[in-house]
Ligand binder design. Structure first.
Ligand SMILES: N[C@@H](CCC(=O)N[C@@H](CSC=O)C(=O)NCC(=O)O)C(=O)O
Length: 276
């Protein structure tokens, strides 16, 4: 992998790398924060999956996670939200195609050749950072909006790979939302039975999660009807899933909301990642 940039940050290092992805068939960019503790020994890692229109950069520059990751001795990985570049299919809408990979493996044309973000995150990038960086095989996962959907679905489908789970205003029931139905039709086809593996509410009903989950949601989120927190909350309650779902007065969907609760999420993960 090729180093794109490196900056000292809270006694640690914020880096951006580029690498050739076999899974996505293009070069992919991602960001990694290494706390100062990583200079001595491998550290646990928190994955942060970003939302629609984002690259690796939005949360890296606006999320405000690094100070707390430095204090807690955990690394942060910020993947991109889709493949991008020459030959990658796109759509004129902001919520389909580039910047909108939905953390799934597309099966339909023209998306299938490059839009394989599920395997990219779960397998290829995971193996790469474990191989090349001082990162311990002990992982937490979080994300915002489309990235929160990614975090919930990836964790529930791969419980043995993740110790801790949280999300910021996640898309929670995409197969019943305009943030989901259009994209799943395009990427996965019209057979809705293939969609459930990527729907956090359905996965909660069917499988749940082995630990407790932290979800923060803004009460004044302009996209709240698309996120469907009530559907997820109902499924979690039915299952008696340990889950803290906090709804915060006055908060919208922006990075002002994410950064307001970044400390709580880093602490949530650090407590669980260091507990062994
Ligand atoms: N452009 C769209 C909305 C785009 C948007 O709000 N994206 C969010 C994530 S939404 C769900 O995945 C985001 O994180 N944007 C990047 C940022 O830096 O804020 C519109 O205007 O409706």
């Amino acid at each position: 992998m090729e180093l794109v940039s490196r900056n000292r940050c809270f006694e640690g290092e914020q880096a951006v790398y580029k690498h050739a992805s076999d899974v996505c068939g293009v070069d992919m960019t991602f960001a990694v924060y290494l706390p100062p503790q990583a200079r001595r020994e491998p550290v646990p890692v928190l994955w942060y999956l970003s939302g629609l229109t984002c690259t690796h950069e939005n949360a890296m520059t606006k999320g405000g996670f690094q100070k707390y990751a430095s204090e807690q001795g955990i690394a942060l990985v910020f993947p991109d939200t889709s493949p991008r570049g020459e030959g990658v299919a796109d759509d004129e809408a902001y919520d389909l195609g580039i910047g909108a990979g939905f953390y799934l493996n597309a099966t339909q044309q023209p998306w299938q050749p490059h839009f394989q973000m599920y395997d990219y995150v779960v397998k290829e990038l995971r193996d790469l950072v474990l191989d090349k960086l001082p990162i311990m095989d002990r992982h937490g996962i979080t994300g915002h909006s489309m990235g929160g959907h990614g975090a919930l679905t990836i964790a529930m489908r791969n419980p043995s790979l993740f110790v801790s789970l949280s999300a910021f205003a996640p898309i929670m029931n995409p197969s019943q939302s305009d943030w989901g139905r259009k994209q799943f039709s395009a990427y996965l086809g019209e057979d809705e039975s293939t969609w459930s593996q990527y729907d956090a509410t359905i996965l909660m009903s069917e499988a749940g999660w082995h630990g407790d989950i932290l979800i923060d949601q803004g009460a004044d989120d302009q996209f709240i009807d698309l996120l469907r927190p009530q559907a997820f909350a109902e499924a979690a309650t039915k299952r008696r899933q340990p889950c803290v779902l906090r709804t915060h007065a006055g908060h919208d969907h922006s990075y002002f909301f994410v950064s307001s609760f970044a400390e709580d999420h880093v602490h949530w993960h650090a407590e669980r990642l260091h507990d062994h």
